[in-house]
Write a protein that binds this ligand. Structure first.
Ligand code: ATP
Ligand code: MG
Length: 440
């Protein structure tokens, strides 16, 4: 994969003015892997002031303190240009007390977290790789730059970043790096919940998420101690061949990589340990576990300062995960009204994943889920009515009939309910007639 034209232009401008300029970090790693990089970061020997004067009104001082200038390119995209720097001492396990600029690329690469993230590529395709990142990528290994203990103590977020890169790229942590991540996990308490959340959600969506979670449950336990109760929790029930933790991470691995869905999959049975009962035959039950899962999942997502909409959607999937799958037109229209297409599809994905993570003899629900999905597809293709927006009458129609205030909303809701349940056609005349009839 080549460096995109707009990034090349930035590198050329810097080089033409006599400065070193390299693509660095994630974009180099992804290029070597044949993956599409998310963004292209440029590192340069030029000082921030020099970068600003070179690019003039296309330069935006977005992170001057850390040496970062954002440059707007011809296609209006932004490229971050950061001056080579050395991070000073760390005292809070978060950020360096100070940064110093340097003219040495090698010194800049040395401050980066993992060898696979500490490579640089220039306009002529030369690779700078002082820590063996390319060889690690080829071997599939994630390894710290420098001494792991020191690197995680400098910045504890690197523990979760490491898990994230391992999960997303399918890398195995080098044994020392892995052990050091676990050992320093308590330092994550110093990290802002929002930053933990960002890394965690990327981790959950990684293709090796299950492997990485199974390898480091105790790291998760620092901010989600509730999750540790699932570890090794024997379900004592023939439907299950896994303990609650392994069932949950297996369910997660069976879902498409969508953060709402994967959160819900990981948390759907989090209420099981606290609702466990054993009957006289020695069989385990978890009555009311979905409700218990809802309360825990809600608290856990709040703790990470999850945006409200995200949290509500994930929690609602947890709430619905144990309900029967609707398999009639009416049932699916009702579910559509409450969940909308996006979350109803997520729910079906969750159901499928949950069922596939049960004991082999009990994986037979797939056909039911398939059936529900076919009905759903047909209803949507037929433009079936399941929301107020689609109803053949609106508030203004009811106002014209003499309804007022809250009466209008209530009447619309009642009409929609009847249309969804198949008691009335979604036709204007029929609906207006119904309103007139019930008003009398
Ligand atoms: P993504 O594909 O998610 O953007 P990335 O590797 O580009 O992954 P970023 O968070 O964008 O990750 O960071 C860009 C680069 O900056 C990294 O590749 C790494 O070299 C360096 N870096 C970022 N955060 C840290 C950190 N906490 N400690 C050390 N180096 C870091
Ligand atoms: Mg990046």
């Amino acid at each position: 994969m080549d460096i995109p034209k707009n990034v090349r232009a930035v590198l050329e401008t810097l080089e033409a003015a006599g400065h070193e300029a390299w693509c660095v970090g994630g974009c180099v790693r992804d290029t070597l892997l044949g993956r599409e990089p998310g963004d292209w970061d440029v590192a340069t020997g030029a000082l921030p002031g020099e970068v600003v004067s070179l690019f003039g009104d296309r330069a935006f001082p977005t992170g001057l303190k850390h040496g970062t200038v954002s440059v707007r390119t011809e296609d209006r995209k932004m490229v971050e240009v950061t001056t080579y720097r050395i991070d000073g001492e760390y005292h809070d396990h978060r950020r360096p007390d100070s940064v110093t600029f340097t003219r040495s690329l090698e010194e800049d690469l040395a401050r980066r977290d993992f060898t696979v993230n500490a490579m640089a590529l220039n306009l002529r395709g030369e690779l700078r790789d002082p820590f063996g990142g390319q060889a690690d990528l080829e071997r599939g290994v994630l390894r710290c730059v420098g001494e792991p203990d020191r690197r995680f103590q400098e910045d504890a977020l690197r523990i979760l970043r490491g898990m994230r890169f391992a999960a997303v790229l399918g890398l195995d942590e080098d044994p020392e790096t892995a052990a050091t991540m676990d050992r320093n996990r308590a330092l994550l308490r110093d990290i802002a919940p929002e930053r933990i959340r960002t890394e965690l959600f990327k981790l959950l969506c990684g293709r090796a998420a299950k492997t990485v979670l199974d390898r480091h449950p105790q790291v998760l336990g620092v901010f989600w101690p509730e999750a540790l109760a699932m570890l090794g929790f024997d379900q004592r029930n023939i439907h299950h061949c896994h303990d609650v933790w392994n069932h949950s991470t297996a369910a997660l691995a069976n879902t498409p990589p969508d953060p709402v869905l994967r959160c819900a999959a990981f948390l759907h049975d989090i209420g099981k340990p606290s609702t466990f009962t054993l009957d006289e035959n020695g069989v385990g039950h978890f009555y009311g576990h979905a409700k218990a899962s809802v309360a825990l999942a809600d608290a856990m997502l709040r703790r990470l300062k999850c945006p409200t909409e995200f949290r509500e959607r994930a929690v609602r999937l947890v709430e619905w995960h144990d309900r029967d799958i609707p398999r009639t037109d009416k049932g699916l229209r009702r579910a559509l009204r409450l969940l909308r297409e996006e979350d109803l599809r997520r729910l079906l994905d969750l159901k499928r994943a949950d069922n596939l993570a049960q004991a082999p003899a009990y994986r037979g629900r797939q056909a039911e889920i398939q059936k529900a999905e076919e009905i759903l597809d047909r209803l949507l293709a037929e433009d079936a009515c399941f929301s107020l927006k689609q109803l053949a009458v609106n508030g203004r129609d009811l106002l014209a009939l003499g309804l007022a205030g809250p009466e209008i909303g209530e009447a619309l809701d009642r009409l929609l309910g009847k249309v969804i349940d198949g008691e009335l056609p979604n036709e204007r005349e029929a609906l207006l007639k119904e309103v007139r009839r019930t008003r009398r």
